[in-house]
Design a protein around this ligand. Structure first.
Ligand SMILES: [Zn+2]
Length: 313
């Protein structure tokens, strides 16, 4: 496995989040306009967002530490990095001369202008549940169609605290509780093995771990051959049709969400660079899964598997 461009300590144990962020660091043109990092407090969302921002803004695309962007960023003076304050409610702001760090200030005085130093502007809301209702409504239109030069990153501990229309237009990246042994291992700087953190990071629905392990085994066996991928597609469809297999705990969309996380994990664990196209197809699948169009999941599954099969020899 190749080394991720910003394998920061805080993102250790966050396999899924790291898959997304390494992918977008490598292919920034694939970034959607809004990313939501969601998960409990204290598991590294904010650090990951900050490091990711620095990486994207870097003029060399490497977090070099040396270019104008990196130097401004490290001094907290980057004009294209707008981080809203923590511990403070975000208000809509006055129509005329809105105060700094209000939504109207952002929309009138920042968003319409091109970035100064870097190719992109990044707007971070460290506690997006603190954007008040009126401000959120005003922001909505921009979040639905952000200008191409601006990336919004919203951090939140519970996705349900954001408007559904925002969530459905964004890519939501999960961060999870780390188990104690993962935390101990991170602290002792023992070399990182993704598998050890598997239980803590790949099971967002607290679903039966034995079944997940079994599914993971099935996916590993089928993911690397185009004919076996067809079998895997049938396996997924059978599970969706079988009312008893997981329906009491998971909705069909949850199941597909979980399935795509496992698939992502399997390709990433094998070879991130070699399977970059597969990973991209899964991320696209995952981002459209929550679009709330009835029965779209059947269409998305066909599309995903035909893409995966065409990239696999
Ligand atoms: Zn740099």
């Amino acid at each position: 496995m190749s080394v991720a461009p910003f394998s920061i300590e805080e993102t250790r144990g966050q396999e899924v989040a790291l898959s997304y962020l390494s992918y977008f660091a490598k292919f920034p043109d694939k970034l959607p306009g809004v990313l939501i990092f969601h998960g409990p407090d204290g598991v590294g969302k904010w650090h990951a967002a900050e490091r990711f921002a620095r990486h994207l803004l870097c003029l060399r695309g490497t977090s070099c530490g040396d270019c104008e962007s990196c130097r401004l960023f490290m001094r907290g003076l980057h004009p294209d990095y707008i981080q809203f304050p923590r511990n403070k409610n975000i208000a809509i702001g006055k129509e005329k001369d809105p105060d700094e760090f209000t939504v109207r200030w952002l929309l009138y005085h920042k968003i319409p202008f091109k970035p100064h130093t870097s190719h992109k502007r990044i707007v971070l809301f460290p506690e997006s549940q603190r954007i008040n209702h009126e401000a959120e409504t005003t922001l909505l239109k921009t979040l639905e169609e952000p200008p191409s030069h601006t990336l919004f990153i919203l951090l939140v501990n519970d996705l349900n605290l954001l408007k559904k229309t925002i969530v459905s237009r964004s890519l939501a990246i999960p961060f999870h509780y780390l188990n104690q042994s993962a935390i101990r291992e991170i602290r002792s700087h023992v070399s990182f093995e993704g598998r050890k953190f598997f239980g803590g990071s790949l099971n967002p629905f607290e679903f039966d771990q034995d079944i997940i392990d079994e599914w993971l085994g099935t996916i590993r066996e089928h993911a690397f051959d185009s004919l076996l991928l067809l079998k895997l597609e049938n396996w997924v469809r059978e599970r969706m049709a079988d009312k008893k297999s997981f329906k009491e705990v998971l909705s069909t969309i949850d199941f597909l969400d979980l399935f795509s996380l496992l698939l992502l994990y399997v390709y990433r664990e094998k070879d991130f660079d070699l399977y970059a196209k597969h990973i991209q197809a899964i991320l696209e699948f995952k981002s459209k899964l929550h679009s709330q169009i009835p029965a779209i999941e059947y269409f998305l599954i066909s599309k995903l598997f035909s893409q995966l099969a065409s990239y696999t020899h």
